[in-house]
Design a protein around this ligand. Structure first.
Ligand SMILES: [Cu+2]
Length: 305
């Protein structure tokens, strides 16, 4: 056992009271965790869940609402060595999604957002982000990273002290919502989504009554999505496609084709997402699009039967 792994274990031991690493669920989640989901699994779906390990630690140890916190993700391979060979995917080394249990809080951040990636971060495979949790209660933290040509996702739960506390998610199946200056119509085919079967989600964007045709890529994809069930048992990160891109994507190897496809500089008004929901229940779908130089976060809920 090398020294850094020893330290890692110590960190786990020290923080185990407040941090829940999701190893138990990892095997069940593998199918739902890859960047782009297909019933036809690509070779990367065969990756063993214990092939890489991700551990979260936080400073301070107990996070309080309204106080800045540092979240540190330590990545290691099966033998416990730091995972040094992370590859950039979607323009970043590590993607971090944070959502509150009631889904009123959402953030998508990266270590790169807080300064350059240092040689020491790469060598130790320890990547920090900073975040101020606005309310107390339970949060899900999902991370995505790639090593070689394999994508990995891991999920953690953290409890934040302080009032007011976020409660459970409430069912809200509204299909027309406005986010910033974008009016969004959300629909699914089939309308009744069933577990284990692919559904196509379509977003139609309008602004001042007109279809929006100048959406912009965000981190090299037409849309970034984080899909989270109400019981926070999974974290699915996937990407939108433009209608018509799909035919190409589906000829591929069943992994994240959007990574290999050039996204037009401007597009709209529709973005499609192909998702296989792994189990019954309510899921919140956070979708992010670029428009006029900034990123708009959208949020819809689906009920999977
Ligand atoms: Cu990201």
């Amino acid at each position: 056992m090398n020294r850094s792994y020893g330290k890692l274990l110590l960190v786990v031991a020290v923080f185990s009271g407040i941090v829940f690493a999701a190893y138990a669920a990892a095997a069940a989640e593998m199918g739902g965790m890859q960047g782009h989901q297909h019933p036809m699994a690509g070779p990367e779906l065969a990756a063993k869940p214990d092939e890489v390990k991700a551990v979260i630690s936080t400073v301070p140890k107990e996070i309080s609402a309204g106080r800045p916190a540092t979240l540190l993700f330590s990545l290691s391979d099966a033998s416990g060595k730091p995972l040094e060979n992370l590859s950039v995917h979607h323009d970043r080394l590590v993607h971090v999604i944070i959502a509150s249990r009631d889904f009123s809080v959402f953030a998508h951040i990266h270590p790169e957002d807080f300064g350059p990636i240092t040689p020491s971060m790469k060598k130790t495979a320890r990547y920090p982000v900073r975040f101020t949790f606005p309310r107390g209660g339970r949060y899900i933290i999902g991370i995505d990273f790639a090593s070689g040509d394999r994508n990995f996702s891991r999920r953690f739960l953290v409890d934040v002290s302080g009032e007011p506390r976020t409660g459970p998610a409430r069912k809200d199946l509204a299909r027309e919502k406005t986010f910033g200056d974008l009016a969004v119509s959300f629909s699914s085919v089939p309308e009744r989504i069933t577990a284990g079967n692919e559904a196509t989600l379509t977003y139609l964007f309008r602004s001042e009554g007109q279809p929006v045709t100048d959406l912009e890529p965000y981190l090299s994809a037409p849309m970034h999505l984080a899909i989270i069930p109400a019981d926070l048992s999974r974290f699915i990160h996937t990407h939108g496609e433009l209608p018509g891109m799909m035919a190409m994507g589906h000829q591929g190897h069943g992994h994240d084709m959007t990574m290999h496809m050039r996204v037009p500089d401007r597009f709209g008004p529709k973005v499609e997402v192909h998702v296989v929901f792994p189990a019954k229940g309510l899921y919140q779908i956070f979708g992010q699009v670029g428009h006029k130089g900034s990123v708009t976060d959208t949020s819809f809920m689906v009920e999977v039967e």
